[in-house]
Structures are given as C-alpha cells and as structure tokens.
Design a protein around this ligand. Structure first.
Ligand SMILES: [Zn+2]
Length: 489
C-alpha cells in the first residue's frame, strides 16, 4: 500500500451487491440501456427478462449454472479488462466473469460451481476456506511458472483475475466482526504475499501492478422480516414461470433493498407478456386496486422508494424519489433527471421539500451545493458525496433504471430489517448483508501496488470503475470507449 496508490474511499456501484458491482469493476463502466449505449447489461443478481413471454427469471447462482450467462448478459457495448488488453495471454482464477480469458480455472464449469457449493454448505468450513485461498494463488503461480502448459506459447499472462470469495461467505455466515472473518482476511493477505514472493523470484514483480479491492462493504440488520402476510393482504402474488404462468409480481431480490417487477396491462397484446406498467397502473394495482407507490412504504423498515416516470428514453428521463421521514412518518418527494449517455451523461437531483431531501445531502456543506438545480457529472457527484451515506446515488440510480432489465420499483430499508427474498422465495437467514446505500456498504478500500514504478500516493476518493483505466494506463493500453472510470495515475 505504501509503495503504490491507495484510497480508503473507493465508491462501489448501485446496488452494492456482488453482481453487478464486479461487472462494473471488471469493465470500468456501469449498467444502462445496454442495447443502445456504451455500458454493461447486468443490473442485479436476480432480474426478470421481459423480452420473453412469459418472462424468464435470471438468478446468478452457482447451483443452476446461470452464473455463466453473465458473460453474455454484459452485452456487446462493453469489454472486460481481459478483452481490452488485446491478444496477449490472460488468465481467470475462480472468477465467473471471465470473458476474454485464454485460461480459466477451474477448467470445467461445474467444478467452480461445486467448489462454491462445498465451501458454503459443508462442515469443516475453516480448513476448506484456507485451502480455497491458497489454491487460487498457487494456480496463478503455476501459470507464471509453466505458461506453455496453459497457453499456446510460453509467455506469462499480461492480465489475470483472481477472486477470493471466502471473505463474502464468511461475512454473511459469521459476520464482519467475527474472529474467523478477520483471520481469513489475514490469510488472504498471507497468500497474496506468497504470490508476490514468487513473482519476485521469477523476476516479474518489477513489471507487475496488483490491484486489490472489494466489491462492497457490509452492515448488520437487527432482525429478519417476513413479507407473506403483507403481500397476501394486498393481493400481491409471486410470479411463477410455469406452463401456466401465475402471479402478478416478482420480488427479484429483497435483502435490505427490494426490487419489484409488476405486470402491466398487456399493451403489446402478446400472451403472457409482462409489459412495463405505467405510473397510473402502479397507483391502482392488482385485484385489490392498491396504490403501490404508497402502500409499499407499510413494509417494516422501508424508507426510500425510486421509480421511473412514463416515457423515459435512453437519452432523457426522470426518476421519482420518495422518503419516509422516520420520526414523523411524513413522506417527502424528490426527483433525479438525467440526460445523455456514455461520456455526455449528467444528472440533476432535486428536492421537492424545503426541510429534507431524499438522500439527506442538505445538512452537508459540500453535498448541498450540488442541489443547485443544475446537471452534474459523475466526477462532481463523487467529489461532493463520497464521504456520506448514499454516495454517488444521484448518478447511479438513473443508470441502473435505464437498463430495460431493471425493476419497476425499488424500495430501500434502513439497516434495521432485512428479508432475504430471491424471486419470491425467502432464503437467507443471515443478519449480515451489504445491499443498502449506507457509506459502510458503498465505500471500499483500493490498493494498487507491485512495481516500484507505480507512483506513491494516497487518493482521497475514487470509484470502482477507475481501476480498469488505471491498470490499462500502467500497461500502456487504451480503454474501450464504454469506460467511465478515469486513470488514477
Ligand atoms: Zn455477499
């Protein structure tokens, strides 16, 4: 860290969940309208594909191997760092997002899936995790030692991806404050040390830059909630994509942040098609004709709501924002407007209440200056909000909602209650999670070290998408046109 570039305030993506954050981390861009814009197409861990009728449910889980579709789901308007480095050899170790890799470990798809399932569910977790960390580093050392065995020539890889998944598994199961979690971080540190020692011995270290980061932080909820009674009362039923599809709603994902999909009035007249509902439909929905835009705030712990205006396009649009003030129960409104795409994209964040704003930027001297009715770039939002909860949100929320695969309505809890819902099914029972917009989930550390040629400096703030252009700059390569991040050197 002290011999390279580092930052304690690297701001990750929305939502701060492994997918999409790792896709943004490895492409240097964010999500958006992936069919039209330079951006990637992965909005979330679980999402609904409305292009099919009946719609298909995506769930990136090792158990059903859908996880491997993520490489296609990214779309053709972005590239991974492995694609951007060109024709030279590349390696991906235990990383599912590996488009452009010449060597992938483990070689068989089912092996990596099994590897994660074993880690997660079998006893003897400590020994298994320690072994998994070591295997990842040892494999890369082997690739450097005997490139001929893994590629068609004897050149070592110019770029390699490694994913130590053990820290996320332990964080959810035992907590970020547990002894085993901390021990495991120390073990990953040790394993990286072994990798560095070996690179040094082989004479590669002086030509190497190693970037170390995390895709999200964490928080601990007070309790696990249950939504079954609430949904029943409101006439909301979960979608099942069976032969005879049923249900009028899909909660694709809801730990601390809920992503809701609803069935619009079939304007396209295609059987079983889930058209996107209009605001009017959302205000008068289902057999009980409930106003979702108000009623969903009755879910315990919820306090923020985001949804699109009718008729948003890729280049221009409006996102409605609501916040329930905890103390009084009063609901205030605001909005984000966006224009442009790619490098011309800017957003304007407006509060419709004089005393409060949705993300609570008003009390901060710096952030409040951007509530000036003007459009601002991602860099301006970063500079003004990196130190607060909901950092970068006025920029990131519209990017997410531009993706046609994203939900109709997003509901965010405070950190008190989480649910653990995946496509309508209650699964997780762990109190530890990381999906809400609090700073402790959104700000992660970044270290870029290795060669002594890397400049020594602390960066006060940066974004997860800055890593790709920085590494490419060190390599003397040009980033793909979709890259939003900037070179930190
Ligand atoms: Zn996680």
């Amino acid at each position: 860290m002290e011999n390279g570039i580092y930052s304690e305030n690297c701001i990750t993506d929305f939502p701060p969940i492994t997918y999409p954050t790792q896709v943004s981390l490895l492409t240097g861009t964010y999500t958006g309208n992936y069919k039209k814009e330079p951006c990637h197409g992965v909005p979330l861990l679980n999402w609904m594909d409305r292009d099919s009728a009946p719609p298909i449910l995506r769930e990136y889980a090792a158990k059903n191997l859908q996880i491997y579709k993520i490489n296609d789901d990214m779309g053709n308007n972005c590239q991974t760092i492995l694609e951007m480095v060109g024709d030279e050899n590349t390696a991906s170790i235990a990383q599912f997002i590996n488009r452009g890799s010449d060597y992938i470990f483990p070689e068989r798809k089912t092996k990596l899936a099994m590897f994660y399932l074993l880690l997660k569910y079998l006893p003897g977790v400590k020994r298994r995790l320690i072994r998994s960390n070591s295997v990842i580093a040892q494999k890369l050392i082997e690739v450097f030692k005997k490139p001929k065995k893994f590629f068609d020539n004897s050149e070592p890889p110019i770029a390699s991806l490694l994913w130590f998944i053990s820290s996320d598994l332990l964080m959810h199961k035992f907590g970020f404050d547990s002894h085993i979690y901390k021990l495991n971080l120390l073990h990953i540190d040790k394993v990286i040390g072994v990798l560095i020692d070996n690179l040094k011995r082989m004479g590669y270290l002086e030509d190497t830059a190693i970037a170390i980061t995390s895709d999200h932080g964490n928080y601990k909820a007070n309790k696990i909630g249950n939504l079954n009674n609430f949904l029943k009362q409101k006439g909301l039923t979960n979608y099942h994509p069976l032969k005879k599809p049923r249900g009028n709603m899909d909660i694709a994902y809801y730990a601390g942040v809920g992503f809701f999909y609803f069935k619009g009035m079939n304007n396209s007249n295609v059987k079983n098609c889930w058209d996107r509902p209009t605001l009017k439909e959302l205000g008068n929905y289902g057999p009980k004709r409930i106003n979702l835009l108000e009623e969903l705030f009755k879910i315990n712990g919820s306090h923020l709501m985001y949804y699109r205006d009718n008729g948003n396009t890729s280049n221009k649009g409006l996102i409605h924002l609501k916040r329930k003030i905890k103390e009084t129960g009063k609901i205030i409104t605001g909005r984000i407007e966006y224009m442009g795409n790619g490098s011309s994209y800017k957003t304007r964040y407006i509060s419709e209440d004089v005393d409060y704003d949705i993300f609570n930027f008003m009390p901060d001297d710096v952030a409040s200056r951007l509530l000036d009715n003007k459009f601002h770039t991602i860099q301006e939002w970063l500079e003004a909000t990196y130190h607060l909860d909901y950092p970068l949100f006025p920029d990131l929320i519209p990017r997410h909602l531009k993706n046609p695969r994203s939900a109709d309505l997003i509901l965010s809890n405070d950190e008190t209650i989480k649910f653990g819902i995946h496509h309508g099914k209650q699964k997780g029972k762990n109190l530890y999670d990381h999906d809400v917009g609090l700073r402790k989930c959104m700000a992660v550390p970044l270290i870029i070290g290795g060669s002594l040629e890397i400049p020594h400096k602390e960066i006060s703030y940066c974004k997860i998408t800055d890593i790709v252009p920085t590494l490419l700059n060190i390599l003397g390569k040009t980033p793909h046109k979709s890259v939003i991040g900037k070179n930190l050197v």
